[in-house]
Ligand binder design. Sequence first.
Ligand code: NAG
Ligand code: NAG
Ligand code: NAG
Ligand code: NAG
Ligand code: NAG
Ligand code: NAG
Ligand code: NAG
Ligand code: NAG
Ligand code: NAG
Ligand code: NAG
Ligand code: NAG
Ligand code: NAG
Length: 650
Amino acid sequence: MKTVQHLLAASALTSLASSSAVARREYDDITRRATNQAPNGYAPAKVDCPSTRPSIRVANGLSNEETEWLKKRRPNTIQPMKDLLGRLDFEGFDAAGYINKLGENTTALPNVAIAFSGGGYRAMTNGAGNLAAFDSRTSGSTEKGHIGGLLQSATYIAGLSGGGWLVGSIYANNFTSVQNTISHNEDGAVWQLGNSILKGPKTGGIQLLSTVDYYKNIYDAAAAKENAGFNFNLSLTDYWGRALSFQLVNATDGGPGFTFSSIQDDEDFKNGNAPMPILLADERAPGETIISLNTTNVEFNPFEMGSFDPTLYGFAPLKYLGSNFSEGRLPDNEPCIAGFDNIGFIMGTSSSLFNQFILQLDGQDSVPKFLKDALTGILSTIGDGSNDIADYTPNPFLDYNNRSNPSAEGERLTLVDGGEDGQNIPFNPLIQPIRAVDVIFAVDSSADTVPDSAANWPNGTSLVATYQRSTNATIQNGTAFPAIPDQNTFVNLGLNNRPTFFGCDAQNATTDAGTAPLIVYIPNSPYVYNSNVSTFQMEYNNTERNAIIENGYNVATQGNSTRDDKWSTCVGCAVLSRSFIRNNQDVPSVCQQCFDRYCWNGTVSSEKPAPYFPQLVGKAINVQSSSGKSTPSLICWGVAAFITSYFTMC
Ligand SMILES: *[C@@H]1O[C@H](CO)[C@@H](O)[C@H](O)[C@H]1NC(C)=O
Ligand SMILES: *[C@@H]1O[C@H](CO)[C@@H](O)[C@H](O)[C@H]1NC(C)=O
Ligand SMILES: *[C@@H]1O[C@H](CO)[C@@H](O)[C@H](O)[C@H]1NC(C)=O
Ligand SMILES: *[C@@H]1O[C@H](CO)[C@@H](O)[C@H](O)[C@H]1NC(C)=O
Ligand SMILES: *[C@@H]1O[C@H](CO)[C@@H](O)[C@H](O)[C@H]1NC(C)=O
Ligand SMILES: *[C@@H]1O[C@H](CO)[C@@H](O)[C@H](O)[C@H]1NC(C)=O
Ligand SMILES: *[C@@H]1O[C@H](CO)[C@@H](O)[C@H](O)[C@H]1NC(C)=O
Ligand SMILES: *[C@@H]1O[C@H](CO)[C@@H](O)[C@H](O)[C@H]1NC(C)=O
Ligand SMILES: *[C@@H]1O[C@H](CO)[C@@H](O)[C@H](O)[C@H]1NC(C)=O
Ligand SMILES: *[C@@H]1O[C@H](CO)[C@@H](O)[C@H](O)[C@H]1NC(C)=O
Ligand SMILES: *[C@@H]1O[C@H](CO)[C@@H](O)[C@H](O)[C@H]1NC(C)=O
Ligand SMILES: *[C@@H]1O[C@H](CO)[C@@H](O)[C@H](O)[C@H]1NC(C)=O
């Protein structure tokens, strides 16, 4: 096990840490910018204030914007839901007719959410395969045995860390589909994972930068933010987020002007034709080094960032992040700032565990000294133990909720990777009672298992964490979660090797029974490819990328229902389950059979399992090149001791 300290000791950056003034280059305005939502590219800038000055709101409900948006979205899920359910065979039960009968009564209708776990590029690509299966736009996804349309039926779609790259990238690119993304980028645009971010984008497509220009571009963007004149403090996450954007945002230079709040104006989102994307991060309170389970979970949605947790219990308007709020207000003499909420910075925040990867730039000969010096400068200001943070100075929650808000007294709010508290699936925003979600399709790409087992498969650890948190009266604040067994039980009963439903008995949740959603747990498992690649593999050729995506598609559909010919119907039953209870509807017998088969029934089997070596279900995809050469280099770097319990080292 390596620690950050080990890493730094081994790194030439340490010796550079005291080096002189950071070289500066004049900001080279990027005229080829694809969109200009932010006032000045990556640099936040002053804008006219709206007629009602932005402020921090108490988290005792949804934002007005979300409430208004739901009035469009919920009705727009009805037709896709009817289409999906209408294609499934409920053996005599008319599911589409049942939905029809509910009319536009959103209290009665199913309310669906989807969640994508963290786990680096493995999580992004396995998540992408699942997302493609859920998406009716994927060709073939509405055939018999498939489940396309689940995405179109969903109200919320959440991601964290690598899962956040997936969700963020789809929304940064006009709610495009996974299929469109992988079939239209062979000449080099997004999702080109063959070049790690240390090398920069493959040229071609929309990107014409040389590697050196790429480094300069990243440096210049960060420098522009630092020099914007409002005391924004850079963190490694600025560089990391910029680099990530070249892979994830389909625009020149990774769209330095693309903000997360601009999703508000995306045609599909605005009109309620796409679910609401939510990214998750954790707060690292001042002086805290270990991110515990009671840490504040901070969500980013297109309208706001903040938390329903009882600690922070407030939300800031995302568009005006960077403005100097205090006591929940923006004082009259403070300008409105916009452009802070760059979408790459937010994806980088949710995945800040990986930002140390950017330190590897120090070892690259072609990296210009000014960029190395900038990284060194940050390390020396922040201190070794904290370099995984994303710096949100000025802290929008300064002097807000002083009694319970751990960061109330600081000028700076520091956020870290959303999985660092062990909750590697972004459940927190989706189990808020106010959102009234019925069912969460939870795609888990966590790397839980360790030798003697095959490494990097999930084993329920993230579900256990959220379950535990929901049992702590101090922190859970009304969030309910189904009972979850220990990890040994997951492995012994095979709950991590096939989809499993948790919380089928709605009465048996941790708190107020009425609000606990059903969890459809879809663990990453081998179907046609051993997709348990290391979290820290930073390069994938397109063949391997596509193999993991195809494996994810097969896992989500259980081989297009060839492993179980009722599977797609069972997905429909999960969608309908809570609404059956609410509407006093008899459960069709085919659904009862699904629940008998897929629900965890409360049995535990906590003895130490035999080592877990899952076998492919279908025929293996061959990813070997004909020449048989070039496995992508596996680039390892250290992570602090506190996170190695969640992430297996490579
Ligand atoms: C909507 O559905 C709920 C739950 O079934 C029911 O209690 C309520 O009366 C319905 N409202 C209308 C207007 O039908
Ligand atoms: C975004 O996608 C929609 C289809 O969903 C399309 O009509 C629109 O033209 C796209 N916008 C841009 C800017 O590509
Ligand atoms: C990227 O955008 C260009 C034009 O803006 C479009 O032609 C291309 O299909 C997009 N690529 C992907 C992968 O979405
Ligand atoms: C932010 O940066 C300024 C100068 O670069 C420094 O004086 C200040 O202490 C930093 N703030 C924090 C919270 O680190
Ligand atoms: C519950 O949460 C509180 C507050 O966050 C914390 O102090 C306490 O240690 C937690 N209790 C348990 C049993 O984890
Ligand atoms: C979380 O619990 C730990 C003790 O388990 C405590 O030291 C810490 O202050 C708590 N954090 C919050 C935000 O309540
Ligand atoms: C959640 O926390 C806030 C702030 O502490 C509190 O006012 C509210 O009553 C809590 N909600 C529930 C349902 O416990
Ligand atoms: C499950 O994962 C956790 C976290 O990595 C690990 O400590 C534990 O040994 C694993 N248990 C099994 C049975 O795989
Ligand atoms: C399921 O369908 C997808 C796409 O239509 C296909 O790629 C995959 O091979 C199929 N899986 C099986 C097991 O037939
Ligand atoms: C519960 O599930 C276990 C294994 O998953 C099975 O052996 C047992 O028979 C089931 N119990 C009931 C009452 O269905
Ligand atoms: C019901 O909840 C209890 C504890 O909360 C748990 O032990 C039991 O296994 C749960 N049963 C089911 C079927 O979820
Ligand atoms: C792609 O990556 C896989 C897995 O590392 C490797 O086996 C294969 O040879 C690579 N293919 C090419 C064309 O480089």
